[in-house]
Design a protein. Structure first.
Length: 284
């Protein structure tokens, strides 16, 4: 596969538009880059500030791909020709929404029709011409001009559809959203991280008790608590069975406070979690 830097002029490498084009080209060639098997289970949905969001059909594949993340980042950047992807975030359960189908093709054509109706003003047309004229080759000049004009039209289309600046960064997001996809994921991960920290320090807390210290939804509480239970269970099963981890797991799964933990509860916890990777749904 030819790298994009072999096709497009070096004078455009420092432009944000050409970086965006590089990303779009990589997304279009996703199956070629990662392979057909992975592409059947996962599809990229967006890239913002170097972070690629990938929709995955289930949690099993989500875990599997997370172990291959560094390799995938390397392949993507090798295709692009420079380091533009710095991280990949996997989201389980949203693949169908982003896989190609007839509805997607119809939506794509609708977007193209809307883009063709967008009229660029004289300043925007001049900007596009200046950028395109940085190369003397006619074929590349026309290609760059088309890319730049489409980029400016798409940006204008977003604003006409009431897209606004993300509350946390410079990216545009739909009118109904407060944050762009990347910022929303980062914010949720910060919430989950805070919950995990609180539960590590006080594993007996219920949702009602913890929500007094950290604002979160019941689903976020369950997700963070389940992650901790899985973490401690795996560590115990892998021989890292120290007393503190066992006590923490016992309190996480039972809701017992430190003074309520006894040998019977510890034995029950070991019997339930020490020999198998079984995770029950945490109580609220």
């Amino acid at each position: 596969m030819k790298q994009l830097r072999e096709i497009l002029p070096n004078t455009l490498k420092n432009l944000g538009i050409i970086k965006k084009y590089n990303i779009e080209w990589a997304l279009l060639n996703w199956p070629k880059i990662v392979g057909e098997e992975i592409a059947a289970h996962a599809a990229p949905t967006s890239v913002q500030r170097g972070i690629m969001v990938v929709a995955v059909n289930n949690s099993v594949w989500c875990h599997h791909l997370s172990t291959m993340k560094e390799e995938m980042i390397h392949k993507l950047n090798a295709f692009i020709g420079e380091k533009q992807i710095i991280d990949i975030r996997f989201q389980a359960g949203y693949l169908r929404k982003y896989q190609n189908n007839e509805q997607d093709e119809e939506n794509f054509e609708t977007i193209n029709q809307k883009l063709r109706m967008i009229k660029l003003d004289d300043i925007e047309l001049k900007q596009a011409a200046v950028l395109a004229n940085q190369t003397t080759e006619d074929s590349l000049q026309k290609k760059v001009l088309r890319i730049v004009k489409k980029h400016l039209a798409f940006k204008k289309l977003k604003k006409l559809n009431n897209w606004h600046q993300c509350a946390q960064c410079d990216s545009l997001c739909p009118s109904e959203a407060i944050y762009c996809t990347v910022c929303a994921i980062e914010n949720r991960e910060n919430i989950l991280s805070n919950i995990r920290q609180l539960l590590t320090e006080a594993p007996w807390l219920t949702y009602a008790e913890l929500s007094k210290y950290a604002e979160c939804t019941p689903q976020e509480f369950i997700s963070a608590k389940t992650t901790l239970i899985m973490l401690f269970t795996n560590e115990i099963n892998n021989g890292k069975n120290d007393h503190v981890k066992l006590l923490t797991l016992a309190m996480l799964t039972s809701g017992a406070k430190p003074e309520e933990v006894n040998e019977t509860l510890i034995k029950k916890t070991l019997d339930k979690f020490g020999r198998k990777s079984y995770v029950s749904t945490p109580r609220l």
